[in-house]
Design a protein around this ligand. Structure first.
Ligand SMILES: *Cc1c(COP(=O)(O)O)cnc(C)c1O
Length: 396
C-alpha cells in the first residue's frame, strides 16, 4: 500500500478504537414511517422529515412539475444565468411565510450559515455563539476570521458577561478605527438536545449592547407557532431578530437553506455571500418541492400534520424510559436519550435495530465526548403503535 492510504488506514483505526467510527448505511427506500435497510423494513425514529413531507405526493408532483418546466439542472450560479423564476417565487413565498421584507435561498443550510456569517463579519468583528451551536456556525467563525466567544449553553449571565467585554473592545478610549460588529448566534431549538433558547431575553440583551442576533430555526420552522413560523413567532420577537435562518431539508421535506430578513440584508448577501455567489443554483426540483411545502405548511392540512407530530412526541415522552423524569409535554420533536459512553450508545442503537427500530447513536464530534445519546425524533408519519413498538423494544 502507498503511504497515503496506509496513513489514512492508521487514522481510521484510531477513530475506531475510540468507538467513534462511522459508516454509511444504505437506504433502499424513500423516506417515511419506515425505511428499508439491509433488506428489512425498520421503523424510522431518526429523521428530520418532521412533517412527513419528503415523500409526500404533493411535493413529489411539484418536484416533477418543476423538472418538467425548468429541467434537471440550473446551468449556472444565481448571478450568472441560474436565477430561475422558481427561486424568486420561493424567496417571495418564504418572506411572506416568515413575515419578513425579503429572503434568500442557498444550496444547503450549511452553505447558508457559512456564507452569511463570513459575509457579515471580518477579523475585527466578534462572533458570540452558544456552546451547543451547530458545526456550520463554528466553521463560519473560522472562515470569517472573527473573534469567537462561546457562552455556556442558554446561559444569559455568561452571554451578558461576554457582551460587556465585547462592548469594551468596541469602545476603547482612543477609538479611531471602524467599530467592530458583534453578532450573537443561537439555534431556537437545539438540534441534538431538543431544548429551546431564551429568545426573548436574548433579544433584550442584544439590543442593550448594540449587537446583532442570528437565529437558526432549522428544527422549529413549520413546527412552532399558530402560523408555524418557528419559535420567533411563539415568543413574539421575530421582528427584532436581524437574521432568521433555516433549512429547507427538515420540516420542509426538500433541500436548501434560507435567510429571511430586511431588504438591505438580502441585497448585501447577494453581493457578499461567497457560498451563494460561487456555487451553481440548486436544482429546480428542490425549489419546486420547497414552494409546495410552504403552501402545505400554511394550510389546514399542514396544521394537522404539525399536530400529529406533536402528539407522537408527547406519546414518546410518556412511554420511553427517559433517565430524567420529563415534563408532561415535550419541548420539541427532538427527544434525546442520554447514554454517555460512546460504545454503549452504539450497542443500544444496534439492539434497537435488531428489534426493528432505526435510531442511530449520536456521538462526538456531533456532541461532546462521553455525552453519547440516541436522538429520537417524532414525525407526522408515525402512528401511535410505532411509539409503543419503540418503547417495548427499548424496555426489553
Ligand atoms: C441541519 C442543520 C443545519 C444545516 O442544514 P442543511 O440544509 O442540512 O445543510 C444548520 N443548522 C442546524 C441547527 C441544523 O440542524
Amino acid at each position: 500500500m502507498n503511504n497515503f492510504d496506509s496513513d489514512l488506514e492508521q487514522r481510521l483505526a484510531g477513530i475506531q478504537a475510540q468507538g467513534l467510527g462511522r459508516h454509511l448505511r444504505r437506504v433502499d427506500s424513500a423516506q417515511g414511517r419506515t425505511i428499508e435497510v439491509g433488506g428489512r423494513q425498520l421503523l424510522n425514529f431518526s429523521s428530520n422529515d418532521y412533517l412527513g413531507l419528503a415523500n409526500h405526493p404533493a411535493l413529489r408532483e411539484a418536484a416533477q412539475a418543476a423538472t418538467g418546466k425548468f429541467g434537471a439542472g440550473s446551468g449556472a450560479s444565481r448571478l450568472i444565468c441560474g436565477s430561475l423564476a422558481l427561486f424568486h417565487e420561493l424567496e417571495e413565498s418564504l418572506a411572506a411565510f416568515k413575515g419578513t421584507a425579503a429572503a434568500l435561498t442557498f444550496s444547503t443550510g450549511y452553505a447558508t450559515a457559512l456564507g452569511t456569517i463570513a459575509a457579515l463579519l471580518g477579523k475585527e468583528d466578534i462572533l458570540v455563539v452558544d456552546k451547543l451551536i451547530h458545526a456550520s456556525m463554528v466553521d463560519a467563525a473560522r472562515l470569517s476570521g472573527a473573534k469567537l466567544r462561546i457562552f455556556a449553553h442558554n446561559d444569559l449571565n455568561d452571554l451578558e458577561h461576554i457582551l460587556k467585554w465585547a462592548d469594551g473592545v468596541r469602545n476603547p478610549p482612543t477609538a479611531a478605527k471602524q467599530r467592530p460588529s458583534i453578532l450573537i448566534v443561537t439555534e431556537s431549538v437545539f438540534s441534538m438536545d431538543g431544548d429551546l433558547a431564551p429568545l426573548r431575553e436574548m433579544v433584550e440583551l442584544k439590543e442593550r449592547y448594540g449587537a446583532w442576533l442570528m437565529v437558526d430555526e432549522a428544527h422549529a420552522t413549520g413546527l412552532f407557532g399558530a402560523r408555524r413560523r418557528g419559535v420567533g413567532e411563539v415568543t413574539g420577537v421575530s421582528a427584532r431578530i436581524e437574521i432568521q435562518m433555516g433549512t429547507l431539508g427538515k420540516a420542509f421535506g426538500s433541500s436548501g437553506g434560507y435567510v429571511c430578513g430586511s431588504r438591505p440584508l438580502i441585497d448585501y448577501l447577494v453581493n457578499r455571500a461567497r457560498s451563494f455567489i460561487f456555487s451553481t443554483a440548486p436544482v429546480p426540483a428542490a425549489a419546486g418541492a420547497a414552494l409546495q411545502a410552504i403552501e402545505l405548511i400554511r394550510s389546514a392540512a399542514g396544521k394537522l400534520l404539525c399536530e400529529q407530530a406533536w402528539a407522537r412526541a408527547t406519546e414518546l415522552q410518556q412511554q420511553l424510559p427517559f433517565p430524567a423524569a420529563p415534563a408532561a409535554t415535550p419541548t420539541s420533536l427532538i427527544l434525546p436519550f442520554h447514554v454517555g459512553d460512546e460504545t454503549a450508545a452504539v450497542a443500544l442503537a444496534n439492539r434497537l435495530m435488531q428489534a426493528g427500530c432505526f435510531v442511530p447513536a449520536i456521538r462526538y464530534p456531533t456532541v461532546a465526548r462521553r455525552t453519547a445519546r440516541l436522538r429520537f425524533t417524532a414525525t407526522a408519519a408515525h402512528r401511535f403503535e410505532d411509539v409503543t413498538s419503540l418503547a417495548s423494544a427499548l424496555n426489553s
